[in-house]
Design a protein around this ligand. Structure first.
Ligand code: T4K
Length: 413
């Protein structure tokens, strides 16, 4: 680890030595027991059953059902395709209300199917969809609501369930971040008509690429299974429109491996979160998104908000300086779905009714965590953050002169 920075020119962005020799990522995959994975893959090759509802996929689905206390789990090739299948299976059409403060997949899955995502604002504290605004933007074309449990912190499920029931709307949850988390003591997975997990490589439980639709609705689950496999109900019988959304055996092998290390991964994430919390507690202008200790939580995202006035420096300068130090923080979910295409062109004014989303998108930064990030690394990251705040005024002035550093991955600001 290089010595603490003492002068502004020690920052890598001004030519100093980066804090880290190699890059630190948000979403570095957790690996689990490599030998156990290789044994499983060897078994797959021996069995010569590589995909199409294989034994490991079934075992993975059973384990998910047990872990989140839900009746049905339909494993899919990724959460986005899972969403598309679910959207068809449950019969959404017209308009569906979604938060704009989410990964673009939530909106794209709808739009891909010709459904209009109607963006809703979020609660500024929980970062989750605001049920009060949902109620205001329901029209006669609305068929459903999708809540996103952002960072694994549960939506206001009770309010959304109540609203959906009163207005006879379908209620789905994008639980891409929320596997292993609970709401009022009940595991996320069993709420609304169905929920979706993502097991993408960057999630704390991963299947390389993958996801799962979970539901307690028997009929819906049967339809999802058909639709995941082209609608095949038998060798020569196609019962409905379908697509290829199947999870492969190798992906399920990785998933089972991941699940065997679940407690270790959560423990590492929790430890990292606590260390960040302690290190950043008294830093002006920086607040950490907190998790409810009484709930189960996977702690897979460490999220800070930067208050530019109190910190004396913008989130974007923070971002640039940290990248130069090889800390590849992420501005999830900047700039908000409503400012991305095709939604921006559809309605350039949407932001006017999303003040919390707009503000949040300009303040949030996700920090590296997971089993690949050591305590020493976290302390070094926090030292850089403190250094930035301490030298905020000079740094801001230096940035006024012009852009200084651009990581090759970054194509736009
Ligand atoms: N809904 C929500 C709320 C979501 O957050 C997501 C996905 C979805 C739905 C859709 O789920 P899937 O259809 O993907 O199952 C990443 C992930 O690709 C995406 O899955 C995730 N959310 C989102 C929050 O983050 P990117 O474009 O930022 O990923 P990328 O490739 O930049 O990776 C992030 C960091 O992880 C990088 O610094 C590199 C590192 N990394 C990545 C991969 C893939 C590795 O070290 N190894 C790897 O194998 O979206």
């Amino acid at each position: 680890m290089p010595p603490l920075k003492s002068r502004i020119d020690d920052l890598a962005i001004f030519g100093g030595t980066p804090t880290f020799d190699s890059e630190l990522h948000v979403g570095r995959p957790n690996m689990g027991d490599r030998q156990a994975l290789l044994r499983r893959i060897d078994d797959i090759l021996e069995r010569k059953w590589l995909t199409n509802d294989g034994p490991l996929v079934r075992e993975f689905e059973r384990r998910i059902c047990q872990l989140v206390s839900v009746k049905h789990c339909v494993a899919v090739c990724n959460a986005t395709v899972g969403f598309e299948i679910l959207t068809k299976a449950i019969g959404l059409s017209g308009e569906v209300i979604v938060p704009s403060f989410t990964f673009i997949a939530t909106a794209h899955a709808l739009r891909w199917l010709g459904i209009t995502p109607v963006f809703c604002d979020v609660d500024p504290v929980t970062h989750n969809i605001d049920p009060a605004q949902v109620a205001q933007i329901i029209t006669e074309r609305t068929t459903g609501i999708i809540g996103v449990h952002v960072w694994g912190r549960p939506c206001d499920v009770d309010a959304l369930v109540d609203l959906a029931r009163r207005r006879t709307l379908k209620l789905l949850f994008d639980a891409a971040h929320a596997f292993g988390c609970s709401y009022k003591g009940r595991m996320i997975g069993g709420f609304g008509n169905a929920e979706i997990f993502s097991f993408h490589a960057t999630k704390f439980i991963n299947t390389f690429e993958g996801g799962a639709v979970v539901t307690n609705d028997d009929k819906l689950a049967a339809r999802l299974r058909l639709m995941r496999n082209f609608g095949f109900a038998g060798l020569d019988t196609v019962a409905c429109l379908g697509i290829n959304g199947k999870m492969t055996e190798v992906c399920a092998a990785m998933g089972l491996n991941s699940l065997e290390s679940l407690d270790n991964f959560v423990e590492a994430n929790h430890r990292n979160y606590e260390l960040y919390r302690q290190q950043l507690a008294k830093v002006p202008g920086i607040s950490l998104a907190l998790y409810e200790e009484s709930e189960k939580c996977n702690y897979q995202y460490v999220v800070i908000e930067i208050d530019e006035t109190a910190a004396g420096i913008s989130r974007n300068i923070f971002d640039e300086v940290l990248w130069a130090e090889k800390v590849l923080v992420r501005r999830y979910f900047y700039p908000g779905c409503h400012r991305m295409e095709p939604y921006r062109t559809d309605d350039p004014q949407t932001g006017l009714r999303l003040p919390h989303t707009e503000r949040l998108a300009g303040r949030v930064l996700c920090l590296p965590t997971g089993s690949a990030v050591s305590s020493d690394a976290i302390c070094a990251i926090c030292d850089v953050i403190k250094f930035i705040i301490k030298h905020a005024t000079v740094l801001r002035e230096r940035f006024l002169i012009g852009p200084i550093f651009r990581h090759p991955w970054r194509s736009s600001s």
